[in-house]
Design a protein around this ligand. Sequence first.
Ligand SMILES: [Zn+2]
Length: 78
Amino acid sequence: MPIYEYVCSDCGLKFELLRPLSQANQGASCPRCHNSAERILSTFASFSKSDSGLTTPIAGTASSCGSCSATSCGSCSL
Ligand SMILES: [Zn+2]
């Protein structure tokens, strides 16, 4: 499945979701505040895989968490 990037319209958190194409245009809910998030269209496949298999953050992502995938980790919490 392709990975899509979303940005929360409320708190501004950016996150990625693995979804089937059929759901790509559906809204997603923010993992931090659970409000609606909108898909970011222009950054498909801009992520990269590190040697360890972890996805690396997208450069320039306006997230408070700069060292992980910005979905959930100890340094991402509010
Ligand atoms: Zn949010």
